[in-house]
Design a protein around this ligand. Structure first.
Ligand code: UD1
Ligand code: UDP
Length: 387
């Protein structure tokens, strides 16, 4: 039987971190032929991940431009991917998560009457406007896809309630597989981080979400400035996303503070090392809510809701919202109350056991007649928190 041709399409940093290990796993299988198309919705931040994992795309749409809009990104991907699909003629197209790349690529594949597999399927906040536009993107991909790779049983249940077409597999999240590549004891590649004194308390932070643009970001940065100025023993390390909106906002409020280190985006190895050596994590990122619990670090989420409630229930993630006083209060509680800190700082890993890529590849082989049995489901009791 000829190998099944699987085209993985991704375009932003988080998709790349979570899809590169899968592309590598697919490439190892003799029953499969793995092709990679990057949209380059992100450029530098995507290329950094491709270098980390040694993945060389077969196709690169190279669409990123400063000031890109949701519509411009969508239409460029629809246009560009059409030609790629005509040439590559894949048997299956894989997309990841909830970005505009994921939605536009799934739609392009559907227009070509090709089956779509959705990796990281079934996450929901149930609020169509938050996160924006991600909640709608992932619902729409859920409608378009026929193979749904849900990280957790809860994600599967969300999809069952929506009565999506096709098959659902509970696989764990590939981010935990990615961490097997990235977590290592080497020094930081970013020199400024090698000068940080991690014997003192360091808070790793990131903030980039569209729904936090404007007033929420101002409140968050004002809280960080207040915390930093009132406690010189504390160090904040904030690798600032390259979005010009975020760059302007962060630099306006945080540049020049002695104990706030603003850096370029870090490569994934440095980022995971930073998390593992920090005291706590302050973030509105999705991926960090999965990574930090696996590394035993408390996470305060700079959002009003999360599509990742598993770690909240496990006690290592808490919602801090986007109001200045609440953020200050919740950070101070973790700094001042050792019992509260200890209760949050245990390693839990509800999101995966490092075998998600194997399960996804097994599921593909099974559904396309290349294997006799389906993969076993991921079950968090079997998860390993010891990264
Ligand atoms: C996108 C995703 C979001 C994800 C985030 C991860 C959508 C709608 N949003 O948001 O879900 O959480 O990526 O970071 O898909 N830029 C660069 N270089 C880069 C990357 C970005 O200069 O390597 C700048 C560009 O000016 C670009 C801007 O950032 O126009 C915004 O990028 P975009 O992908 O549109 O939005 P994100 O906020 O990154
Ligand atoms: N990350 C990184 N360098 C950074 C900031 C984040 O490698 O400077 C990683 C982080 O560890 C996680 C992913 O990027 O794996 C999260 O990406 P982002 O926050 O951009 O997107 P989200 O997860 O919110 O969609």
């Amino acid at each position: 039987m000829k190998p099944l041709r699987v085209l993985s399409v991704f375009g932003t940093r988080p998709e790349a971190i979570k899809m590169c290990p899968l592309a590598l796993e697919l490439a190892r299988r003799s029953a499969l032929e793995s092709l990679v198309c990057v949209t380059a919705q992100h450029r530098e931040m995507l290329d950094s991940v491709l270098r980390t994992f040694g993945v060389r795309p077969d196709y690169d749409l190279d669409i990123m431009e400063a000031g890109q809009t949701l519509s411009s990104v969508t239409s460029k991907i629809l246009d560009g991917l059409g030609a790629v699909l005509d040439e590559a003629r894949p048997d299956l197209v894989l997309v990841h998560g909830d970005t505009t790349t994921a939605f536009a690529a799934a739609l392009a594949a559907f227009y070509h009457q090709l089956p779509v597999g959705h990796v990281e399927a079934g996450l929901r906040t149930f609020d169509r406007w938050s996160p924006y536009p991600e909640e709608m993107n992932r619902r729409l991909v859920g409608r378009l896809a026929e193979y749904h790779f849900a990280p957790t049983a809860r994600n599967r249940d969300n999809l069952l309630r929506e009565a999506v077409d096709g098959s659902i597999f509970v696989t764990g999240n590939t981010v935990i597989d990615a961490m097997a590549y990235t977590v290592n004891p080497r020094p930081f590649a970013c020199e400024a981080l090698n000068r940080v004194d991690f014997r003192r308390r360091v808070i790793a932070m990131t903030c980039h979400r569209r729904e936090n643009y404007g007033a929420p970001m101002e409140q968050i940065f004002s809280a960080v400035a207040q915390l930093a100025q009132s406690d010189p023993e504390l160090t904040f390390v904030y690798p600032v996303h390259l979005s010009p909106v975020v760059q302007r906002a962060a630099r306006a409020q945080l540049e020049g503070l002695a104990n706030v280190l603003l850096t370029e985006p870090l490569d994934a190895m440095d980022m995971h090392k930073l998390i593992s050596r920090s005291y706590l994590v302050l973030t509105d990122s999705g991926g960090l809510q999965e990574e930090a619990p696996a590394l035993g670090k408390p996470v305060l989420v700079l959002r009003r809701e999360t599509e990742r409630p598993e770690a909240v229930e496990a006690g290592t993630v808490a919602l801090a919202g986007v109001e200045r006083e609440t953020v200050i209060k919740m950070v101070r509680q973790l700094l001042d109350e050792p019992a509260r800190y200890r209760a949050m700082a245990h390693a839990v890993n509800p999101y995966g056991d490092g075998q998600a890529c194997r399960r996804i590849a097994d599921a593909i082989e099974w559904r396309f007649g290349r294997a006799e049995r389906p993969p076993e489901e991921f079950h968090p009791n079997r998860a390993s928190p010891n990264l």
